[in-house]
Ligand binder design. Structure first.
Ligand code: NAD
Length: 363
């Protein structure tokens, strides 16, 4: 099969959908891999590195799309890419259809099979192609929080780790899932006092078992959240209610309990955020201040660490891409329920219940 990897065209997107190790695996299995020239540049991977593992370097995206049976991408196809999609082709990428009616209509019209990373569901019921990006965002939230606590970035001027004779910072993490656990681990590793809140007691038991002594678990309710706000230098929003908008757990009024120039990193902003005062920001302009609290609400945090994110993502996507290429999409999807759950649109028909319901379409 011919597998094509175009250069991502979305603004501030530095990831690429395949690394040289993936090219090597696919070509060893007898497939042809087309890489658009420069596709890996944002992640520090050169055309020569791809070519050395057997890729054919193609000069423009039109040729990649025209020749490939299977397109592997990172972000949803952008309007400039829509004319390239063609019936019979399979496109494997993040789509997030429910957020974009125009994209949904373009994909329906094109006749492609759209397999969405975000709805691939494994036997344990987890979403394996979302997990690595939550790991990246969780760990990165502390790195960003540490930076914005610095005075030149408008923060309180606090060093997370403290120094001998001066106590470390206090970090509260609301939500103890993948993002929250990764944030807590990094904050604890730096020496901060960490509080982590969740409504799921089993999850808190697990966190209590595996985290170091400087991580304290707290049941999440309004009173406990407010208490944690009062002494926290850094607060991480990491809540998710699957399929729903994030709940507003911290109101604007609650900000008055917080320390002046404390920092909020609302990772859950891609689902609306768990602070009432959160609004989406970009890497170019990541923070703003409301009531003397620094807010950081970047919706695509992993994009800033493109190289790490590329490798983390391709570790989990390659086995699926390999099945699609080797068995052909029809058989691969029939034989693997995880991949079947990823099929959102097939040959002009919506096949995912949530997407159909969003747009009032038949499924
Ligand atoms: P997850 O499902 O692993 O964890 C969410 C946790 O929130 C669960 O443990 C759940 O019990 C808990 N929760 C639900 N209601 C709560 C409440 N009222 N109080 C406290 N905890 C509560 O999800 P995740 O993978 O950790 O993702 C968290 C959020 O981060 C999601 O919205 C995800 O989309 C987002 N995210 C954003 C970026 C970004 O770049 N901004 C990147 C990756 C993930």
């Amino acid at each position: 099969m011919i597998v094509g990897v175009p250069k991502e065209v979305k603004q501030d997107e530095y990831r690429v959908a395949m690394v040289p190790a993936g090219v090597e695996e696919l070509t060893r299995a007898g497939h042809t891999v087309l890489i658009q020239s420069g596709a890996g540049a944002g992640s520090g991977i050169s055309d020569d590195q791809y070519a050395a593992t057997g890729a054919q370097i193609v000069s423009n995206d039109a040729e990649v799309w025209a020749r490939a049976d299977l397109i592997v991408k990172v972000k949803e196809p952008m309007p400039s890419e829509w004319p390239h999609m063609r019936a019979g082709q399979t496109v494997f990428t993040y789509f997030h259809f429910a957020a974009d009616r125009h994209l949904t209509e373009a994909v329906l019209k094109s006749g492609i099979t759209a397999i969405a990373y975000e709805t691939i569901r494994d036997a344990k019921g987890t979403l394996p192609l979302l997990t690595p990006m939550s790991e990246v965002a969780g760990r990165m939230s502390i790195q960003e929080g540490a930076k914005y606590l610095e005075r030149p970035f408008d923060g309180r001027g606090i060093l997370l780790a403290g120094v001998p004779g001066v106590p470390p910072a206090t970090v509260s993490v609301i939500g103890a899932g993948v993002v929250g656990a990764n944030a807590a681990r990094v904050a604890a590793g730096l020496g901060a006092n960490v509080f982590i809140l969740d409504v799921n007691l089993d999850r808190l038991r697990y966190i209590d078992d595996v985290m170091p002594q400087n991580v304290t678990t707290v049941f999440s309710n309004r009173l406990n959240i407010r208490e944690c706000l009062q002494f926290s230098d850094l607060v991480i929003g990491a809540v998710l209610i699957p399929g729903a908008k994030a709940p507003n757990l911290v109101t604007r009024d609650d900000l008055k309990y917080m320390l002046p120039r404390a920092v909020v990193i609302d990772v859950a902003i891609d689902q609306g955020g768990c602070f009432e005062t959160s609004r989406p920001t970009t890497h170019a302009n990541p923070t703003y201040i409301v009531d003397d609290i620094v807010h950081y609400c970047v919706t695509n945090m992993p994009g800033a660490v493109g190289r790490t994110s590329t490798y983390a993502l391709t570790n989990v996507t390659l086995p699926y891409a390999m099945q699609l290429a080797s068995k052909g999409p029809e058989r691969a999807v029939k034989e693997n329920p995880a991949l079947l759950a990823g099929v959102n649109i097939k040959a002009g028909k919506v096949t995912n219940q949530a997407v159909a319901e969003t747009f009032g379409l038949e499924c």
